[in-house]
Design a protein around this ligand. Structure first.
Ligand SMILES: Cc1ncc(COP(=O)(O)O)c(C=O)c1O
Length: 410
C-alpha cells in the first residue's frame, strides 16, 4: 500500500487517474492496530480503552420493553424514509430542542441508520461532478481538518475533491472561513460542519453559522451539519444549524441539512438509528437515492428510536456523567475543558510515539491526532501533535486515565 502521505488530499485538485477508493488511506483504527502490532499493554495494569468514541452507559430503561412490545415488526419490511411515528418524534424533538416554529415530519425528516451511513451517502446525492466537469472543474467538498473520516471518504467516492479547513488552536479550533479563497467557494458543492466537533470539542456559534450561510447563498452550495454530539457539552447547550437558519429567516431551512444520532445522546450506538432533517428539496433528493440503496431501520428499532427521541430524562443523566468525567479528568490533567463532546484533545510532543508509549507504559489506548487529520499542500497536518481520548467509562476511569497519561514518557 502507498504511504498515507502520498495518497492524502492537498487542497490542490488532483487529476490523478488513481481509482478514487484507492486515494483513501487506511481507517484510523486500522492504523492504530498496525501501530500497536507486536506491542503489549503494560500487564501490571487494567487496560483503559479511550481510543474509540463508543459510549458505555447502561441501556435506557425503555429499550427492552419497547422491543418486546414490537417484536412482530420484524416480520415486515420497513420503509426507508422511516415510519410516521418515528419521523413525528424526531420533528417534535427538533422543534423542542431548538425552539423551531415547525418541522414537517413528512417532508423535512428522514430516518437514518446512524449518522455514519447518511453522512457518507449525502455527498452522492448532492454533489454532481458531471455538471461541474462540463464547466471545467471538479467540485470541492469542504470539511474540517482534523475530521471524522467519513467526510473524506464521501467526498472522494462522490467524485469531488476534498478541501480541508484547518482547525487550529489559534482560532479555538474553528474553521477560518475568511481565509478560504473566493475561487474555492465558487467551486464548492457541499460543506460538512461538525459541531460539537470530534475531535477538538469546538462548538459553532450563531455568528459562524451565519457567515457560512451567507457564503452558501453567495456561492450556491449546500451545508450538512453533523450534530451527533449536540447533547454532550460542558456549559452552553450547542446551537444547531436549523436554529440559526430559522433565526435568520431562511424559508424552509434552504440549503441546510442536519444529521444527528441516538448513538451518543442515548448511548445506543448498537441501535444504528439517527435523523436527517432540513430543506425539503434536499430531503426529497436524498430520499430518492436512499430508495435505491435501502438503509431502512427495522420497525421494532424505529419504536425504540421514537421512545428515545421523546425522553430527555436519560439524556440529562448521561450528560451529568460526561460532565463529571470531564471535570475529573481536567482536575488532574490540567488544561481547558472542551466546550462539547466527550473527547479530550491534548497537545503532546509526538502523537504516534505518545500513543504507543501510553499503551506500553500505562496500558492506555488513545488515538494519535495525525490519524484524524490530513496533510495540506504544505505537508502540515493540523492533527499532528495531539492525541484524542474518549471519556466514556465514567468519572473514576476518567481520573485514572488522566493520572496515567501524565506519567507517559516518550
Ligand atoms: C463526528 C461523528 N459523526 C458521526 C459519527 C457516527 O455515529 P453514528 O453512525 O453511530 O451515528 C461519529 C461516531 O463516532 C462521530 O464521531
Amino acid at each position: 500500500m502507498l504511504p498515507v502521505a502520498l495518497i492524502s488530499p492537498s487542497n490542490v485538485k488532483n487529476k490523478s487517474m488513481q481509482p478514487r477508493l484507492d486515494r483513501l488511506g487506511a481507517y484510523p483504527f486500522e492504523r492504530l492496530k498496525a501501530l500497536f502490532d507486536g506491542s503489549q499493554p503494560n500487564p501490571d495494569m487494567a487496560h483503559i480503552d479511550a481510543g474509540a468514541g463508543e459510549p458505555r452507559l447502561p441501556l435506557p430503561g425503555f429499550v427492552a420493553p419497547t422491543l418486546q412490545q414490537h417484536l412482530a415488526g420484524f416480520s415486515k419490511y420497513p420503509s426507508t424514509v422511516g415510519g410516521m411515528e418515528l419521523r413525528t418524534a424526531i420533528a417534535n424533538w427538533l422543534v423542542h430542542r431548538y425552539g423551531l416554529s415547525s418541522v414537517n415530519p413528512a417532508t423535512q425528516v428522514l430516518s437514518a441508520n446512524g449518522t455514519r451511513e447518511s453522512l457518507f451517502a449525502i455527498a452522492h446525492a448532492l454533489v454532481n461532478p458531471e455538471a461541474e466537469k462540463q464547466s471545467g472543474c471538479e467540485p470541492y467538498v469542504m470539511m474540517p481538518n482534523p475530521m471524522y473520516q467519513i467526510y473524506l471518504g464521501a467526498a472522494y467516492t462522490a467524485g469531488a475533491e476534498p478541501y480541508l479547513m484547518a482547525c487550529n488552536s489559534d482560532t479555538g479550533f474553528a474553521p477560518d472561513l475568511g481565509s478560504i479563497p473566493d475561487k474555492v467557494w465558487a467551486e464548492t458543492a457541499l460543506v460538512y460542519v461538525c459541531s460539537p466537533s470530534n475531535p477538538t470539542g469546538w462548538i459553532a456559534d450563531e455568528a459562524w453559522y451565519g457567515e457560512l450561510l451567507a457564503l452558501a447563498d453567495k456561492y450556491d452550495f449546500f451545508i450538512v451539519s453533523d450534530e451527533c454530539y449536540s447533547e454532550i457539552y460542558w456549559t452552553d447547550k450547542p446551537t444547531g444549524l436549523l436554529q440559526v437558519a430559522e433565526k435568520l429567516g431562511r424559508e424552509g431551512f434552504s440549503r441546510c441539512l442536519v444529521m444527528n444520532s441516538l448513538s451518543k445522546r442515548s448511548a445506543l450506538p448498537g441501535l444504528r438509528s439517527g435523523l436527517i432533517a432540513g430543506d425539503a428539496a434536499l430531503i426529497k433528493r436524498f430520499s430518492k437515492l436512499r430508495s435505491y440503496t435501502g438503509p431502512a431501520t427495522p420497525l421494532p428499532l424505529q419504536h425504540i428510536a421514537a421512545a428515545a427521541w421523546s425522553d430527555e430524562t436519560h439524556v440529562q443523566a448521561h450528560l451529568e456523567v460526561y460532565r463529571q468525567s470531564l471535570k475529573a479528568f481536567f482536575d488532574i490533567y490540567g488544561g481547558e475543558i472542551p466546550a462539547g463532546s466527550f473527547f479530550v484533545w491534548l497537545p503532546v510532543e509526538a502523537d504516534e510515539a505518545f500513543a504507543l508509549a501510553a499503551y506500553q507504559q500505562q496500558a492506555v489506548t488513545v488515538l494519535p491526532g495525525s490519524y484524524l487529520g490530513t496533510a495540506d499542500a504544505n505537508g502540515i497536518n493540523p492533527g499532528s501533535g495531539y492525541i484524542r481520548a474518549a471519556l466514556i467509562d465514567g468519572p473514576e476511569a476518567a481520573a485514572e486515565l488522566a493520572r496515567r497519561l501524565k506519567e507517559v514518557r516518550v
